[in-house]
Design a protein around this ligand. Sequence first.
Ligand code: BDP
Length: 589
Amino acid sequence: MLYPVTNANRSVYQLSGLWNFRLCKDAAWQPIAVPASYNDQLISADDRNHCGTAEYRTTFTLPLSMMGQRCVLRFDAVTHDAEVYLDGAWIGGHRGGFLPFEMDITDLIKPGRRADLSVRVDNRIHHATLPVGNEQGIAFFGSDNPGIPSVEQAKALRKPQNLPNFDFFNYAGITRPVRIYTTPMHYIDDITIIPSIEGKDGLVHYDVSVVGNGAVEVTILDDAGTPVAEGNGASGTLRIQNAELWWPWPRRPYLYTMRVRFEEDVYELPFGVRTVAVCGERFLLNGQPFYFKGPGKHEDSPIHGRGLDPCYNVKDAALFHWIHANSFRTSHYPYAEEMYQLCDREGIVMIDEAPAVGINMQGQLNPYRECTLAEYHAQVLKDMISRDKNHPCVVMWSLGNEPDTEHFPQDAYDYWHALYEKAHALDPQNRPVTLVCCQNDYTQDITTRTMDVICINRYYGWYNLSGDLQSARDALNTELRFWSRIQKPVILSEYGADTLPGYHSATAEMFTEEFQVEYYKTMNECLDACGFVVGEQPWCFADFETQQGPMRAGGNHKGLFTRTRQPKLAAHFFRERWGKIDSFCEKKT
Ligand code: BDP
């Protein structure tokens, strides 16, 4: 799906701004900002923790200059489900809160005449949603001691509410831009780019899908706008002589532009020439062994919630450079496209994750039998890959975060391996595929080891062996010996300790800034000793909001930075460490 752009033959009409909003039919309309989550724009606890549907409304008039064009209404993300009405009539719906959807409204809209747009959003999560919520009354994650109250009692006691089976706040609403864009009636529908390297040249295979009849012309421009390759036809391979490659920062993330012309339509798509591959225990970027260094992230900021905040994105990218990080995982859902555009440009590598978090009831339920997710999960994966397939910054797909791979090993394998194969089949660039493994009895897990890269989240010293860093180191070393036998690249995709900024102690007690640093020093020693470990991704970049519960005081505090992006001691620690680790070097072990 192409990102909406304005150029000589296309235009974009922004619907961001102030909309009207109400949580239920009887409530009065109130102003709300779009795009943003609604939760923290409202004041009362009932509003913030609302469970169910809410209604958004706006009116607009398209300029007459849009007359005769094809008009498409595009939502970049509505969390989680959406039903859309134009002038009171239902025109479409969408399931899932983190990917775009659009509808052709050419025949439904008249430029120059006022139109009414309303959107019903539903924030309910349960066993058939991604991310996964617990069914009413029973929480497997967070607050309830198993058995107290009993399941029956809990069901009777609790009023309907969302019980996320994951550790981030269930922000909802129209969280990313809403736009109407136009194209000529015969138009370019999609472009697929597959770059490769041959000697000093870049070979760029392209596929253009169009609607209508006519000729396709393709030109590749360098970053000064000079044509460097040209071709005709809806698909083909173009050669860029002496190509500049896309490299992660601090090397140069060089971007070319593919200009596609089809009859009246034109579209310009930035892309990079780079390759990715897994070879033995190495992750290769442009044929060189790459080391992932950078904290996992969330889309999360005060007031906006999970709403697109370009200002925070720019700041975060700047802080990634400041801390000498080169990569992050889009834990735990695909991010706004603007972040991928920024990372393409800034040379920040991404592991792109499907919103599949919470497929894990800690053995109390078999999610592969009790939840109905497989088909929907495959659809979301397809939509994510189709949206993000051309970004040079995306180097690997993550099928999901911390599923149960331990208690129902064969069911887990059947579920995840089908998705693994699907991801490979769907990705034109055939990037490596992983899933992010939960701390578990890894000897029972027959799924994680079949991925292209082993990604493990481990909290030795925090949730396990709490505060005992010596034993934590021994436990991690024992586990790393196990993974060394699998002979694949391993990334420690999460490890961390909650840390209250400004809380100090000379003896590195849990929750202090000193402990966070000691924890990372200890864990990193283990990683440094293993050549097959190709990445370290502390959890996480910044403190973030999550649901309340006895383990969380004002959010998750594992950030290297505070929620407003002030560095803790550990940020300075990693800044120094990563400043000395080149992104491309064979580890000396
Ligand atoms: C991991 C999850 C992550 C949590 C983290 C934590 O992948 O979403 O925020 O633990 O507990 O299990 O801090």
